[in-house]
Design a protein around this ligand. Structure first.
Ligand code: OXD
Ligand code: MN
Length: 579
């Protein structure tokens, strides 16, 4: 191992001794290295080639018991349980270390240990943070190459800065009984054993850029959030930057790559990020954001030319597919692709409709952000982009209107803290159950939510010109289950109202839950909507909301005296107004 960082060198040595790795390879992040990882995985059967129409695309089938994030096996290990809070599974750090040491002991016998230095954020950004992942999985190395800035430049910056997050990962024997994803935020350390899948194994993403980073962000005065970042350019050439938090598999990637429909000609969208944003307030008081990632690990099913043309095209070359089906022509296939037919399902078995979906509902693509023709060059700007507005949202068939605006920052924090959404296949467990998912961070906040809300509220004491906050819901349905809003590209109509509000031009009516447009304030020309749909989408029923606020109060009470007084006061104000 060639590095001038002594503590990195020592740690690599210790891990090699503990795991009995057969060899150590320091990754340089080069294209040659990526190709050699791919070649090795093709030889061993970990990857499979796809039809030449999909140039440099490969299929990986994960173990059928290892297909999603495992929230019940994910822990935050702090000296006191209240620091992790009821939103996290907790384990005492010494006990967790002992458990993990036992699992890692000898686990890389006969395997190569890869050392991946990486940088989350543009390599020369003061907002970027560093990490090193040690793993025995070549699949992880290849995915990290596509999704992060990894290799020699990151190592050089680690050698300059000194501080980095240590992530240790082994796929182990993939036994779910021996699977744990442990976070030690005080030590800036992650240990993950027994899974080779996505957020469990690619430690730069959820483990570092959200769980550890949210902790670090509280200490350092910034925010690490589960948010997409997009640029919206008006026909007049004015540019706006939106940061939007939605739970997993609720359309962040689609929104970040939105294709303006013909009716919205002249508008342009560029993607900065589709999953994570780090928000800082600069010296002039402007909130700015960077995307710490450099690639996408997106949900495949549902991607087609109508829902996300950009992603559909972007994954036809230089992509890794995980757990999709294949056609008789060996092209990747997934539900709602709308082209071709499955021959082999995601488990590698001949496709039979009775066996469930052909592609796993949480099947994924991995591509570098540079595959995206809409990728904004500003995503590489070390200073990030100035945020125009923050948006929260969830997947709710009832209650939450199409869009509403917070009265001020603190009310916006209440709106974020109250987000609820139907669960999706992104995590193991039941799908379609409404659960509280504050700021879309339920699986990702590395400390007590009560303290996290306090941290959010604290911004209003420190800064004057914070961006306005909105809530949207694209997923409302009528009694027959029909979606009331067309969604996808048409969501630009709602973003336009938000932007016009930020500019002080659009109309709104005040209600107890926030300011809403009247039906006439949203442009619906040319949309195939039924009479009354928009009215339903923008209705606020005080009685139903009082019930909702009872549920929110009940939820907050789980956090005991960690719930900030400011949040309780905001809640009370809305309840009084609803009465
Ligand atoms: C993701 C997730 O993979 O949120 O982004 O699950
Ligand atoms: Mn996500």
């Amino acid at each position: 191992m060639q590095t001038s960082n002594v503590s990195l060198e020592r740690w690599v040595h210790e891990v090699a001794e503990l795991t009995h790795a057969a060899g150590v390879k320091l990754c340089d992040g080069s294209d040659e290295e990526y190709q050699s990882m791919v070649g090795q995985m093709l030889d061993s059967g970990l990857l499979q080639e796809l039809n030449d129409n999909y140039e440099n695309c490969y299929l990986h089938r994960s173990d059928p018991s290892d297909v999603a994030r495992v929230e019940h096996l994910t822990f935050v290990c702090t000296p006191h349980q209240h620091e992790a809070g009821p939103n996290n599974n907790w384990m005492e750090p010494a006990a967790a270390r002992e458990k993990m040491n036992a699992l890692f002991a000898g686990c890389m016998e006969g395997r190569t240990m890869y050392v991946i230095p990486y940088c989350m954020g543009p390599i020369d950004s003061p907002y970027a943070r560093l990490g090193v992942e040690i793993t025995d999985s070549p699949y992880v190395v290849a995915n990290m190459k596509l999704m992060t800035r990894m290799g020699t430049p990151a190592l050089r910056r680690i050698e300059q800065d000194g501080r980095f997050v240590r992530g240790l990962h082994s796929t182990g024997d993939l036994n779910p009984e021996r699977r744990f994803i442990m976070h030690f935020p005080e030590e800036m350390m992650i240990q993950s054993f027994g899974s080779g899948y996505g957020g469990n194994a690619l430690l730069g993403k959820k483990c570092h850029a959200l769980r550890i980073a949210s902790w670090q962000a509280r200490d350092e005065g910034w925010l690490a959030e589960h948010m997409l970042l997009m640029e919206v350019e008006s026909p007049q050439g004015q540019k706006y930057y939106l940061a939007a938090a939605f739970p997993s598999a609720c359309g962040k990637t689609n929104l970040a790559m939105l294709e303006p429909p013909a009716s919205q000609s002249g508008w342009k969208i560029r993607t900065l990020g589709d999953d994570i944003a780090w928000l800082h307030v600069d010296d002039s008081g402007q909130m700015r954001a960077i995307n710490p990632e450099a690639g996408y690990f997106g949900v495949v099913p549902g991607t087609n030319v109508d829902t996300n043309r950009t992603a559909y095209d972007m994954i036809q070359h230089n992509a890794i597919y995980t757990n999709v089906a294949v056609t008789a022509e060996n092209e990747p296939w997934w539900e709602d692709k709308n082209v071709g037919a499955p021959a082999i399902d995601w488990q590698g078995k001949p496709y039979q409709p009775g066996n469930g979906p052909a592609a796993h509902p949480n099947s994924r693509f991995t591509v570098a952000a540079t595959n995206n023709p809409k990728y904004s060059p500003l995503a590489e700007d070390p200073a990030g982009v100035p945020i125009t507005a923050i948006i929260f949202g969830g997947r709710r068939r009832e209650l939450a209107p199409l869009v509403y605006e917070a009265k001020d920052w603190n009310h916006g924090v209440l709106i974020g803290a109250s987000v609820a959404s139907e669960t999706t296949a992104a995590a193991t467990g039941a799908v379609g159950v409404v659960r509280r998912d504050p700021m879309a961070m339920k699986p990702f906040c590395g400390y007590n939510f009560g303290d996290y809300w306090e941290h959010w509220l604290g911004f209003a004491d420190k800064f004057d010109n914070l961006p306005p906050i909105y809530h949207v819901n694209w997923f409302r349905r009528d009694e027959d289950g029909r979606f009331l809003w067309p969604g996808f590209g048409e969501n630009l109509r709602v973003l336009r109202w938000i932007i016009e509000r930020c500019e002080g031009r659009a109309h709104a009516v005040e209600t107890p839950i926030g300011a809403l447009p009247l039906p006439d304030d949203i442009d619906t020309t040319g949309l195939d909507m039924q009479p009354g749909d928009l009215e339903s989408l923008l209705a606020v029923d005080n009685g139903q909301w009082l019930e909702e606020f009872k549920a929110i109060e009940q939820y907050f009470s789980e956090f005991g005296d960690h719930v900030p007084e400011g949040l309780v006061a905001e809640h009370k104000k809305v309840v009084e107004a609803l009465k």
